[in-house]
Write a protein that binds this ligand. Structure first.
Ligand SMILES: *Cc1c(COP(=O)(O)O)cnc(C)c1O
Length: 359
């Protein structure tokens, strides 16, 4: 038997849904050659943590109380309104697995947006209804409300990855009212620490259909830790707890997350946010003066989406200089758009240098 026969034989065993899948093109998977990595919205530093390995012989708690309590206090919710997950991505996946019947139910998303909503839906045989963002890059709330009888979960992202826009609160409240007892409305706040005054978390008390996704991967500088949070009504959390694996949070992850959420951990995070926000505004200002730059999108996360006059040329000039960015040109409405993660001052200078070089 040749290798190809084995491969295709094994492939036939996989679920139909899985055979048809293209894996998520994460920044890590796309890769590239470079020394300046500005393609995955990672922080430029991670911080120092201590580990106590004396309990690694024991299974960890499903929901480590020190992490639950610390994040609940930070987010101003009750511990019963909170689930700790393996990254924000696991929260997204669990919501779909808990609320959507495979082969029957749908989720709704507003493109262009974060890729994992679609990937998690597809891997679970859940259909996707796309109601693209409006010309002002807002969710089209009337169109979404009109589809509510066809969907179980609406995914919104605020600040939206990659466009940076924030969801309008009046529109969100209108949607939540219409969604009563019909669908969940998820607001993904992976980047909310960069503009905390725009969090929708205070609406949790009034709208049991509202779910908020958070993460330690961005402002907390811990993408490698894989720790995220789902904030929701206790009834939603109880349902998710039926589906989550018994030991989702490894003991070292719980220890580091708890340290990141102490008062000094939060201070470190807030300093990082202040630094990123100032570098971001500086970069945005410089970019908008440049003749190759057509548009700098909303600066609400730790990244800027930028429309260049020739995105592909700019992307490859940066790559040649060892600067790896994220190309969004193939997405509807995002021709010539490149996303730049805000890194260190040195990294931002390197980006501007390449941009300003004579060609
Ligand atoms: C990074 C990100 C997440 C979650 O990332 P995790 O590393 O899985 O916590 C969720 N949503 C958006 C929009 C993101 O950009």
């Amino acid at each position: 038997m040749s290798q190809t026969d084995v491969d295709s034989g094994i492939s036939q065993l996989a679920r139909r849904q899985v055979r048809a899948l293209t894996p998520y093109q994460s920044a890590r998977r796309i890769g590239g050659q470079g020394h300046i990595w500005l393609n995955a919205n990672e922080a430029a530093d991670s911080g120092e943590y201590a580990l106590d390995c004396s309990r690694l012989n024991r299974y960890p708690e499903c929901q480590p109380p020190q992490v639950v309590n610390a994040y609940a206090a930070y987010a101003s919710v009750a511990p019963e309104q909170l689930l700790v997950t393996r990254g924000g991505d696991e929260g997204i996946e669990l919501l779909i697995r808990t609320f959507c019947e495979p082969g029957q139910d749908s989720i709704l998303l507003c493109s262009p947006t974060y890729g994992m909503y679609a990937i998690s839906a597809q891997t679970n045989d859940v259909a996707i209804i796309d109601v693209p963002l409006s010309a002002e890059r807002q969710p089209d709330f009337d169109a979404i409300i009109a589809k509510l009888n066809q969907v179980k979960i609406v995914f919104l992202c605020s600040p939206n990855n990659p466009t940076g826009d924030l969801v309008d609160q009046a529109g969100l409240c209108r949607l939540l009212t219409a969604a009563k007892n019909r669908a969940l409305v998820v607001v993904d706040e992976a980047y909310i620490e960069f503009c905390p005054e725009f969090s929708q978390a205070s609406l949790l008390a009034d709208y049991p259909e509202l779910v908020i996704i958070r993460t330690l991967s961005k402002a907390f500088g811990l993408a490698g830790l894989r720790c995220g949070f789902t904030l929701a009504h206790p009834h939603v959390i109880e349902l998710l707890l039926k589906v989550i694996p018994p030991y989702p949070i490894p003991e070292p992850v719980a220890q580091i997350a708890a340290q990141a959420l102490t008062e000094s951990g939060l201070a470190t995070m807030r300093n990082r946010v202040a630094e990123v926000n100032s570098l971001k505004l500086e970069l945005a200002g410089q970019l908008s003066k440049h003749s190759d730059v057509k548009e700098v999108f909303a600066p609400n996360g730790n990244y800027l989406l930028v429309r260049f006059s020739n995105g592909a040329a700019l992307f490859s000039r940066m790559a040649k200089a060892g600067i790896i960015l994220r190309d969004f040109a193939s997405r509807p409405g995002l021709a010539d758009c490149i996303r730049i993660t805000i890194g260190t001052q040195t990294e931002m200078d390197a980006v501007l240098n390449v941009l300003q070089q004579e060609q």
